[in-house]
Structure formats: C-alpha cells, structure tokens
Design a protein around this ligand. Structure first.
Ligand code: BTN
Length: 323
C-alpha cells in the first residue's frame, strides 16, 4: 500500500469530527474496504490511536509526535510542494540525501525529512547540531528553469517562509537576521543551507536545507548563548508537523511570487518588515575590512543596504552582519 493512501485516510479522519464510516471512506477516496482497513492498521502501528466502532466507523483519537511522511503529506494544502515526502529515521544530512534523490530522478518539490542527522551541515563548513526527534531537519528539492545566478535569493525566500510559518504556528515574534537566519529574541531558531548542482547556464537541481529547533530543551555550551528553540522561547512544546506544514505552505506561495520577477521585488517589503535590526546600527564583517552603518533593508536582489555617514549606501552581497 502506498504512503499516499495512508496520508489520504489520515487526512480524511483528521478533517472529520466524530466518526467516519468505512463506507464513506471508500467512496470518498475511491479505494476498497481492505485498503481502508490496511491503512488504519498501519497508522495504528505508527502510533496513531484510531477507534473503530461497529456501525459507526473510525475516529481519530490522538496523533504521535512524529514527523512522518504520512503526517506531513496528509496536512499539506500545497499544489506541488511536498507531494512526495521522503522521511528517514537516520541520515548523515538531509541535504546530502536530497542531492542523491535529486540525481536519481526525484521530482521538483519533493521534501526530505529525518529524525536524526549524524552529520548535519551548517553554512561555511560548520556542523549543525541536530538532536533526535526534537527539530525539523528538512530539505526541499527544486528543479527550476531559471539561471543559476538567481538561486542564492531562494535562501532569503525560505527565511521569509520560515519566519512567517513560525509566527503563525507559535505566536512568537520571529525575525530574519540577514541574510537567512531566523531568530527569536535575538537568538537563532533556524538555519538554512542552500546547495546547487549546475552548469554555467543550467540548473540540475537546488536543495534548500532548513533546520528548525522546535522542542530542543538545551544546547551544547558552544552555542548556548546564540541558539534557542521554540520550546525555550514559548515555554511549551509544538507539533513539528504543524510547523513544517505552515513553513512549506508559505514557501510554495513565496516561491511563486519570487518566480514572477525572478527577484525579491514581491517579497521585499514583508522581508524588510521581518528584518532584525532594521534602521539600527549594524557591523558588517567584511573580510576586506569591517565597518559600521545603519541597516536600511534589502534591495530586490537580496543585498543588504547599509547607510554610512554622508548618506552613502553600500550594498552587502555576502558575508555576515552583526546586529
Ligand atoms: C546554518 O549554518 O545556519 C545552516 C544550517 C542548516 C541546517 C539544515 S538541517 C537540514 C539540512 N541538512 C543539513 O545537513 N543542513 C540543513
């Protein structure tokens, strides 16, 4: 039985208050009674509590706190993103797995998840702390038709989607630290790593990896001052599936806005509203020489505009800025 049948049964049960009869399920999903029964069995094995009452039908009582393919697929109200979710217990890095899947023919919009990353990767060769079962370790596979030079802007698109998704599901005031960290109370809750396989004028695939610290209670000493989780900031746990769902739904919407102009024209205003330290003093950590200035938000290419004395604007293309 395909994961998709399970996802569809789960979606139907979730949408229904009270009982949903076996007959109704068969008709709605155009599947046999046996297929419904098998799907319910499998979901029960996966930790869903489903009550089955004669002459009434099935009722979903509780969900496991898993970030499984079924759980995410059954929630997503997207048109093309996450139509195929690959979920693993353990991988070295979801980005590495996504790159392999992309080369093996995975479709545009596929999503890769893992409970455990043994070698999670951060930007600039750093590692990413990914404790089991308490974060969203997720990579998106894209096979776009635009030119490779547009790809770096997708990282900013993703940061926008993550900040919006976190705000909606948790009520926390998530901001973006340029270019693509998402912070709450000035501490990092999400990092994004975009990787691409391309020729000079042709993209084979792009993988956008996103790590969201959801229910992590404590961090190693080296990052305890700068990293946080949604749990730490809100004082309660969150469903990882609910957060991932909203982030992906936002990304599909944001990506379609991006694709219209092939730049950040359509997202720039909301991105700038979410920008941490906007109109405040920042320090640009330029390897050719650090300097201070006032952050005036991004332009349509995603470059940070930093105003210096005499009102001259300098564009920051890459690198780090401390807010
Ligand atoms: C950063 O340094 O801020 C980027 C961190 C990106 C982490 C995510 S977790 C899912 C995906 N798989 C990886 O190995 N890295 C990204």
């Amino acid at each position: 039985m395909s994961g998709t049948t399970r996802s569809r049964v789960l979606a139907a049960l979730r949408e229904t208050e009270g009982y949903l009869s076996g007959q109704e399920l068969c008709e709605r999903l155009q599947i046999s009674r046996t297929a419904v029964w098998k799907a319910v069995q499998k979901l029960t094995e996966d930790g869903y509590r489903i009550e089955a009452v004669q002459n009434k039908g099935y009722r979903l009582l509780s969900l496991p706190e898993t970030l499984s393919a079924e759980e995410l697929e059954s929630r997503l109200k997207t048109r093309w993103l996450g139509k195929k979710v690959y979920a693993y217990e353990t991988v070295d890095s979801t980005n590495n797995r996504a790159k392999q899947l992309a080369m093996d023919g995975a479709l545009n919009g596929s999503v890769v998840l893992a409970e455990i990353q043994t070698a999670g990767k951060g930007r600039r060769g750093r590692s990413w702390c990914s404790p089991p079962g308490s974060g969203i370790w997720m990579s998106l596979i894209l096979k776009p038709e635009f030119m490779p030079e547009c790809a770096p802007m997708l990282t900013l698109v993703m940061a926008h989607s993550v900040a919006m998704g976190i705000r909606e599901t948790t009520g926390l005031e998530a901001f973006i630290k340029w270019p693509n960290d998402v912070v709450v109370n000035r501490k990092k809750v999400c990092g994004i790593l975009t990787e691409m396989s391309a020729e000079v004028d042709y993209i084979h695939h792009i993988v956008i990896g996103c790590g969201i610290n959801v229910n992590i209670a404590g961090f190693p000493d080296e990052i305890a001052q700068t990293a946080t989780s949604l749990l730490n900031e809100a004082g309660r746990t969150f469903s990882r599936a609910a957060v991932a769902e909203r982030v992906l739904e936002w990304f599909e919407k944001d990506y379609e806005i991006f694709i219209k102009d092939l730049d950040l024209t359509g997202l720039r205003d909301t991105y700038n509203d979410l920008l941490a330290g906007r109109d405040g003093m920042v320090r640009v950590l330029d390897p050719k020489g650090e300097y201070n200035g006032i952050s005036r938000g991004i332009d349509a290419r995603g470059e940070l505009l930093v105003e210096q004395e005499g009102k001259t604007l300098r564009k920051v293309y890459a690198g780090e800025v401390s807010v």
